[in-house]
Design a protein around this ligand. Sequence first.
Ligand code: ADP
Ligand code: GLC
Length: 476
Amino acid sequence: MKILFASSEIHPLIKTGGLADVAGALPVALRSKEIDVKLIMPAYQGILEKLPPVKNSTNLGNPFGCGDLILLETQLADSNTPIYLVQCQNLFERDAGPYLDIYGQDFGDNDIRFAAFSWVCALITQHGTLIGWQPDLLHLNDWQTGYAAAYLAAWRLNHPPIVTTVHNLRYNGSFPIERFDEVRLPHDLLSIHGMEFYGRYSSLKAGLVFADAITTVSPTYAHEILTPTYGDGLDGTLRAQSNKLSGILNGVDYNEWSPSIDPFIHTHYDLHSLDNKQQNKLALQRENGLPESPNIPVFGVVSRLTEQKGLDLIPAAIEPALKQGAMFILLGSGDKGLEQQYLDLQARYPDQVSIRIGYDEAYSHRLQAGIDMLLIPSRFEPCGLTQLYALKYGTLPIVRRTGGLADTVFEEGHHANGFVFNHATAEDLRSAIDRSLVAFSDLSTWRTLQIQAMTQDHSWERVTEQWINLYESLIN
Ligand code: ADP
Ligand code: GLC
């Protein structure tokens, strides 16, 4: 079975969020089951230096008038997973991130950039002979690849089946209709059953309506997005397509995220040496210039700072715990107003609060290992990976009951592994924080919860079977 797996970010090459983690791990897990998966991603600035030398290079011409699109082939160094890179200097070799410029604004031509990337994905899928490898199925991820489904629909030829995975419906790749001609698609795709989206057009919608199957990254989110509250304007479209929608929970790459082997953390530990976790807490406090206090509870956050994550609820909700002596450590960046709120909190509690604005992969591991509770009060959360990492590190998540958080964190029963609240309010969060403090104050209760958290298996191997079944059902 040959699968082309298209993603705009892949860890460890480039990452802004969980999509990169998924794209860096699921294909590798599938390859271990003898599935011939190849990745494809834009050749952003600096990417080629992170990879073994290019083996093949194919010029695909200049269909968008932005310069030649060149397809390069190499493989990920650690896993030998083959990867195609779409090279086009004008479109992809820029400073800053994959989507935003150095001022944090969307690049003005993101439509053309990701249409061009998607066009190459579609071309390979339709005309594999060009490069001597034709996939049996094209697996798209999020709006950046949705255009590929539109090109395949526009070309009106039989083509291999398409799966679109929705990692986040909020980012719908919508652009003004006036710009539609730039992406070289026929206007008949702009109908309400096609890409039209409230007077604009949406590339994600193309990925939904022109796919053979739609998946999302947790069963609960798959239900939620059929409702207006979580559907972000696409719930009607999704309800109409619900016969091809399913939720498959993300996994964790335990080669990267295990406290027994993590190269970034101070002291390794596992289920049988949980006392060593404390060394990581002391090291984290030291690193942040906080008093080294092994017994006081330390709360933490590792997150993009966006409305989605509900982080505006934390300052008010955590204050009573701070007044009782708890600590709070945050790593994140994004919304400037939120960044400032947190810096203000730090200024008020300099010996208890440490805020690091930025993106730091290594520090995110040290933080997960060093804190006691991870706060994730998301308004919506398609899957969420940080709670899964926390569980493995014996760090108990405090989460809102939504999406993948609802599917993986439980406060009741024999698999209780964290704290769960219902409403996105500071009061509900504060009462979950209070419950966690009561549990924390009793070492044997806390140890039981930690052990339940650490023994939960979220390896990718657990879900590869579901992916293979889905692929097979579409290919046959
Ligand atoms: P989302 O994809 O919505 O951001 P996830 O929980 O699925 O949420 O994935 C977030 C990923 O990004 C995790 O791997 C997390 O550790 C990482 N991450 C988020 N913010 C930062 C940051 N500031 N520094 C380092 N890693 C971060
Ligand atoms: C998105 C979602 C997150 C999910 C990730 C990977 O960024 O916000 O919940 O875990 O994609 O699927």
